[in-house]
Structure formats: structure tokens, C-alpha cells
Design a protein around this ligand. Sequence first.
Ligand code: SF4
Length: 216
Amino acid sequence: MTEVAALSVARTLDRCTVLGPGARAVIWVQGCPLRCRGCVAAETLPFEGGTTHEVSELADWLCELPGIEGVTLSGGEPFAQASALAALLDHVRSRRPEFTAMAYSGFRYETLRRGEWDRRALLRRLDLLVDGPYVASAQHGLRWRGSANQRVIALTDRYAHVATEPDRSAGVEVSMEADGSLSWAGVPPTPGFREGLEERLAARGFVLRAEARREA
Ligand code: SF4
């Protein structure tokens, strides 16, 4: 595999319990070629504007994080930077073989499976995939995903059990950053959630970081 050495990243989070099984780090990549109506992460859609991180730098960060079982790749569209993310997972697993990987994609699994080599390479390295575009009219407070057309697909037996667990919203988490600013992560349980949350916090004098987010 031709290794891409850097990733354009919108945001990272050391620990999150609402975007996949257990406690996980999260990487939100910058840039998505799709434009789902009602996307709650509009700031991650342009391919310009992210922060460039070396794959080796991100691998070191993930390997040194205590108390997490894996990483969730979100965005933006992770499969738009598939080669670099596949390389990242290889770097991490060479040091933490048990490390799990989950990814969101606006593309359906069947499309990714028939897609370019780099997308298939990333797919082969994932334990869990949430696939398909966000459809606001199909939002029903589901676990880890925004709308009912999206599927949680176990690609290895590491997370085969999730299919039998209750399918209800995992909620969102609000974090305070080192500089005192607030951000949130998770899948909004209802349309318009982000706007409501920002208004309620603003009314109490709190301002969310511009890149605070979720996933589709
Ligand atoms: S919901 Fe996801 S796939 Fe759709 S436009 Fe937003 S980031 Fe892209």
C-alpha cells in the first residue's frame, strides 16, 4: 500500500463514550464530498481549513492514551482520506494489536466495498462501520447514528454483540477544553439539537467552540 503520511483533521478528542462501544478516542477529519441536508457538522465539509497532522504524530497520540479501547473515525468523510487512515491504523496496531477501529461514512458499505483500493484498504482495517448519508426525516434517536437508513455493521467479531444491544440514543457529551472553552460530541437525538444546545448554553454565558460536533 502506498502510504500517505499526513491527514487533514478538523478536531480530535482523547476520550468519548457516545460514539461507539466503550471509551474511544475520536478523530474528525476535514472535508466531505457529500452534502446531506441538515448535516450537523457543516464546518467539516470544506476540504480546506483543517489542521495537517503527520500519521506518525497521530499514532503516537493514540498509542499513549490510557483507558481507551480504540478510535472512532468521523468527519467530514473518513473515506476521503482512506489511505492515510489505513496507514494510521497499521501504525497503532503495530504497537497496540488489540486497538479497535470504528468509522462513519456517508457512503454505503456496498459502494465502499466495490470502491478504490484505498477505500477497501481502510474497510479491511475496521471493526465497525456506520454507513450511509444522514437523512433528517429518518432521525429517530438511534444509537451512534443520525438516521434510520444508516446501519451499524460489524466487520469483525470484536463488536458482533452490538447488534443485539438496545438501539437507542447514546446521548451527547459536553467537554471543557484546557482553555476553558466547551465542546460537545455525539449524535444529536433530534433534528435542530445543535442549535438548541448552543442557544441554551449561550443564554447561560457559555460559548461552544466553533468546531464542536457529532457525527451524521
Ligand atoms: S452528514 Fe456526514 S456524509 Fe453527510 S454531508 Fe455531513 S459529514 Fe458528509
